[in-house]
Design a protein around this ligand. Sequence first.
Ligand code: SF4
Length: 155
Amino acid sequence: MIGISACLGGQCCRYDGRHQEVSALKKLLDQKEIVSVCPEVLGGLPVPRDPAEIVGGNGHDVWDGKAKVLTNQGEDVTELFKEGAKRAYQALKEQQVDHLILKDKSPSCGSQWIYDGTFSGTKIENIGVATAYFIKQGLSVQSETQWLAQQQGGN
Ligand code: SF4
């Protein structure tokens, strides 16, 4: 089974209360061919919420205790992000998901790019907190950009 970031399936779970729908993924979701999760919402974060970035490293560094997730107001939301990743993984495991298509540039779901922790719009090649956890548990991941390129290449 394939799992996706819930915002890619049209769920309004982003920090700004919006979604990031990819119509082809929404269609697959509606047909129940894939499933979706939002780690941040599962971690107990509200919608909308203050934007957050990883400060001091990448998703793996957060799990190693070397980096934190902070909001733009300076609130430490590291534990909520970690809890959300664990709950998302449990939900994915129950649905026998082994591959994920994740929203890139998110501090949770980023798999190619994340923001650099300065809240200046600067991207770095790295991965988010949930993505690091999913990889550690043996799931394969790709960004929605990679998936879309793959679809176009296959047509
Ligand atoms: S945590 Fe992931 S699924 Fe949830 S809004 Fe952010 S990118 Fe989308």
